[in-house]
Ligand binder design. Structure first.
Ligand SMILES: Nc1ncnc2c1ncn2[C@@H]1O[C@H](COP(=O)(O)OP(=O)(O)OP(=O)(O)O)[C@@H](O)[C@H]1O
Length: 261
């Protein structure tokens, strides 16, 4: 594992009105360190993702660094961290129609679909095909995005993020909207990606934490409540504290599950 910092956030606060969405949050993730960011509804997970994508900025004094860079543009960011959230999916669902392969290739142009001005090279096509194979979505080529199931569309969007060969993938609620069987199949495909890319999963379900993920960040009230190794943190006492009610954690092989009385 490399000691290179993938993400360093120091003393980041984000305020809306009188409310602190993030409250002096500090966090360092290392390259190669697969991580789950876990927290209840309203703990600040989406706000944290928006801070990384620069949809939001911290108050003065806060600091966000990605692979040692404090300034980056959107194009550079895609090569550093590929970001896929369930809300992004809505952008690709609607009109006009968008074919799966075009959706992935258009990732090179940060566009929704291909237009006359986009010069698609053979290398872009090769990389798009590779990315679709990596996520197990190559059989969907030819379909329209609006006809795909939630899980299928998410695989295509992850492939779209992978065309940039990012050093890390940030997956915001990657299993939202998936039934239990689809979720397990989808999680198995994410496990394969973990071999080549650092995964950062944002979730409120410990059932989604892949065996490959060893590092846990617990968010509550806009700050880091606990951070550390999976074996130390994924237990009933820590989850009860995190969610503010009795939670019973059970380990099943390399996976975990939680139940609430
Ligand atoms: N624009 C805003 N104005 C005021 N409050 C906001 C705004 N955006 C978010 N919040 C509040 O900030 C808190 C953190 O929101 P955020 O969406 O980051 O939480 P989350 O952990 O992603 O939650 P969830 O799991 O429900 O998606 C919530 O209490 C939310 O109501």
């Amino acid at each position: 594992m490399s000691d290179l910092s993938l993400l360093t956030i120091r003393d980041a606060s984000v305020v809306r009105g009188k409310r602190y969405l993030l409250n002096g949050l500090s966090l360092t993730l290392k390259a190669g360190q697969h991580t789950a960011i876990l927290g209840p509804n309203g703990s600040g997970k989406s706000t944290l993702v928006k801070l990384i994508t620069r949809q939001l900025y911290p108050l003065a004094g806060g600091h966000v660094e990605i692979f040692g860079q404090t300034r980056w543009n959107v194009t550079e960011l895609r090569g550093l961290i590929g970001i896929v959230s369930s809300s992004m999916q809505l952008d690709f669902d609607a009109h006009p129609p968008l074919e799966v392969f075009d959706c992935v290739v258009s990732g090179f142009f940060a566009a929704r679909g291909l237009w006359k001005q986009h010069a698609v090279t053979e290398e872009m096509r090769v990389r798009s095909r590779e990315a679709l194979i990596q996520t197990g979505a190559d059989h969907l080529v030819g379909r329209d995005m609006s006809t795909l199931s939630t899980g299928e569309a998410r695989r295509v969007l992850i492939a779209r993020a992978l065309v940039h060969r990012p050093k890390a993938l940030l997956l915001d609620e990657p299993c939202a909207g998936l039934d239990p069987a689809s979720r397990r199949v989808f999680l198995e495909s994410l496990r394969r990606l973990a071999a080549n890319t650092t995964l950062i999963m944002v979730t409120h379900h410990i059932e989604e934490i892949l065996p490959e993920i060893g590092h846990i960040v617990m968010l509550r009230d806009g700050r880091v409540l606990h951070e550390g190794g999976k074996a130390d943190l994924l237990d009933s006492a820590h989850l009860t504290e995190l969610f503010g009610m009795p939670v019973e954690v059970t380990g099943r092989g390399d996976w975990y599950s939680a139940s609430v009385d």
